[in-house]
Ligand binder design. Structure first.
Ligand code: SF4
Ligand code: SF4
Length: 161
C-alpha cells in the first residue's frame, strides 16, 4: 500500500517470478510406477493415466516371472486443475514437480489437456532442489551405504595386511 503502483509491461517485459512458482506440473516419466495415487487423490479428477501390464521372464529358472506396469498415457487437464499440488505431494516416487513455466495459454479449452511428452518437456524448466542444510542429519540410506563401504574397505585392508 505504501509502494507506488507499476504497470507490468508483459509480454514485452517478463515478470520476475519466484523460482518455486506454481506455473505448471512436470512429469519425470522414468520415476513413475503407475501407482495411480496422484490420479486417485486429485480433487478434480483431471489426471488421466492408462497403462498395461508386462511380464518379465524370471532371471532364475526356479523363480517366478515378474509383472510390471507400463505407462501408456499420462495427461493433465489444466482447464480443470486448481494447482493445489496434492498430486505432487502424494507421489511416492518423486515423479511430479512444479515448474515456474506459465506461458501455455490456448485459445481452445480442449488444448489445455497436456500429454506426457509435454509434461516431460516441462521437467527441463524445474529448478534444481535447494542445497542441503550442512547441519542436517545424514540420510539413513547414505549412512547405511557409507557403513557398508567402510566395512568393505576395512575387510580388504585386513586381507592386504
Ligand atoms: S495440482 Fe491438484 S488439481 Fe491439479 S492435477 Fe494436481 S491434484 Fe489435481
Ligand atoms: S503418484 Fe507418482 S508414481 Fe504414482 S502414478 Fe502418479 S506420478 Fe506415477
Amino acid at each position: 500500500m505504501t509502494k507506488k503502483t507499476v504497470t507490468a509491461q508483459y509480454p514485452e517485459v517478463q515478470p520476475q517470478l519466484p523460482p518455486r512458482s506454481r506455473g505448471v506440473i512436470g512429469l519425470l516419466e522414468e520415476n513413475c510406477t503407475v501407482c495411480m495415487l496422484c490420479a486417485r487423490e486429485c480433487p478434480d479428477w483431471c489426471i488421466y493415466i492408462d497403462s498395461h501390464k508386462e511380464t518379465l521372464p524370471a532371471a532364475d529358472p526356479n523363480a517366478r516371472a515378474r509383472t510390471r506396469n507400463v505407462l501408456d498415457r499420462f495427461a493433465i487437464d489444466f482447464s480443470l486443475c486448481m494447482y493445489c499440488g496434492i498430486c505432487i505431494e502424494v507421489c511416492p516416487f518423486d515423479a511430479l514437480f512444479w515448474s515456474p513455466e506459465f506461458e501455455y495459454a490456448e485459445t481452445d479449452i480442449l488444448e489445455l489437456t497436456h500429454e506426457r511428452e509435454k509434461l516431460r518437456e516441462w521437467m527441463w524448466t524445474v529448478p534444481a532442489p535447494p542445497a542441503l542444510d550442512p547441519a542436517a542429519e545424514e540420510p539413513k540410506e547414505i549412512a547405511a551405504a557409507r557403513k557398508a563401504a567402510d566395512k568393505l574397505a576395512a575387510a580388504s585392508g585386513g586381507d592386504g595386511a
